[in-house]
Design a protein around this ligand. Structure first.
Ligand code: HEC
Length: 370
């Protein structure tokens, strides 16, 4: 129990601090004083409430701020709470911050932050949201999943967050069964939903969004497991140039290989292992800019599938698999249309053992900018 005297001392301290900006050393004493007095006493006294407001200003953006808002049931702090969540998406403070926002019932600021132009912050927020396991996840995140105008990493994070709750996972499966799950998210959704802990949803995922099969049509291990495997980069390099796998037939690494797809000499600086795996298992998920494939039909009935490498008023040049460039007179072209599919074939993992996939990923991940 506090004696009357200590309480008065604490009060005096608390009130003294209100006059000027709080010095850092005084801040902790003041927080302790307010904490000891408790929310009822503080909220009943306007001057103590002022002291609390000053403390909130001084701690804004920190885990301590979240604790104070929670402890003193301070209303209308959503914008600042959201700021903490975006900074600490995997910490207790960030997750608690979002729980407080969701509990306030006012999700307007949250929806605005998710829609905002600061994509990095929005992506972190989505991650924090996933960690709350909140029932509002589907309402907040499903619209992001289907909005193909938005940033892909943000939408992938939304898929991961949704897959963490039963309703969220169910929502994703509903999109998939209505054929409304955008192609660029199918791989992420498949990886996440085939690993959920609800048996019925998992079974549905295996039917609607099966993971691509591995060698001998055997199922690949869950993506998280595959990514955690240790690989041998040297053996990965051999796999890359192996005839039956064929990566080197379309990609140059440090001057070796055929120049058809993008050069991969620095791919480890661009893509993490998860994105590298996705590039192999689902090449059409995110087609690199400038490498969209086209089908061109000529008036004489030929069909050419490849990358448009240049175009003038009279001519188009198409690079076909193997690296050869065909020049076509536009007057000879009957029709041309972009393909939704990558010119990198799907299913290449079937020519590798699971260990070889891990080796290949290790090799690619180490190809970095010098
Ligand atoms: C028939 C040609 C072909 C083969 C074979 C092929 N690729 Fe590709 N690859 C492409 C093309 C074209 C692209 C660019 C279009 C796209 O992103 O889908 C690409 C894209 C990629 C990317 C993404 C590059 C980036 O900058 O984002 C990676 C990684 C990749 N390939 C790795 C591989 C690996 C590993 C193999 C062997 C297992 C392989 N590729 C086999 C043609 C090929």
């Amino acid at each position: 129990m506090l004696t009357l005297r200590t309480t008065f001392c604490l009060l005096a301290l608390a009130l003294a601090a209100v006059a000027q900006p709080i010095e850092p050393e005084k801040l902790n004493t003041l927080i302790e004083a307010l904490t000891r007095l408790g929310p009822d006493a503080v909220n009943a006294n306007p001057r103590l409430k002022d002291a609390l407001v000053k403390v909130l200003v001084a701690t804004r953006g920190t885990p301590q701020f979240v604790q104070l808002v929670q402890q003193f049931k301070v209303a209308d702090q959503n914008a600042s709470l959201i700021e903490v969540a975006a900074k600490h998406p995997t910490d207790e403070a960030g997750v608690t911050a979002l729980r407080l926002v969701l509990a306030s019932g006012d999700t307007a600021a949250l929806a605005a932050a998710l829609k905002g132009t600061n994509v990095a912050a929005a992506t972190k927020l989505v991650e924090a949201l996933g960690n709350t396991g909140a029932k509002q996840l589907p309402a907040l995140l499903l619209p992001l999943v289907t909005d193909t105008q938005r940033d892909v990493p943000l939408r992938k994070q939304a898929v991961r967050a949704l897959a963490r709750t039963q309703d969220g996972a169910g929502g994703l499966l509903k999109l998939a069964s209505a054929d409304k799950l955008p192609a660029d998210l199918k791989f992420t959704a498949s990886a996440e939903l085939n690993a959920v802990r609800w048996p019925e949803l998992k079974a549905e995922a295996a039917k609607l969004l099966p993971l691509p099969p591995g060698q001998g049509d055997k199922a690949l291990p869950p993506v998280a497991e595959l990514l955690a495997m240790k690989g041998d980069a040297k053996r990965g390099a051999e796999v890359f140039s192996r005839e039956t796998v064929g990566c080197a037939k379309c990609h140059v690494v440090n001057g070796q290989g055929v120049d058809f797809g993008p050069a991969l000499s620095e791919i480890g600086s661009k893509l993490g292992k998860d994105a590298l795996l996705e590039s192999i298992l689902d090449p059409s998920a995110g087609i690199s800019f400038g490498f969209e494939a086209w089908t061109i039909e000529t008036k004489s009935g030929e069909e050419i599938f490849g990358l448009l490498v240049s175009e003038t008023g009279e001519e188009v040049s198409v690079k076909t698999v193997g690296g050869a460039v065909t020049k076509l007179k536009k007057s000879d072209v009957a029709k041309r249309h972009p393909s939704k599919l990558s010119s990198m074939p799907a299913g290449l993992q079937q020519a590798m053992t699971v260990q070889e996939i891990a080796d290949l990923l290790e090799y690619l991940a180490l190809l970095k900018k010098k």
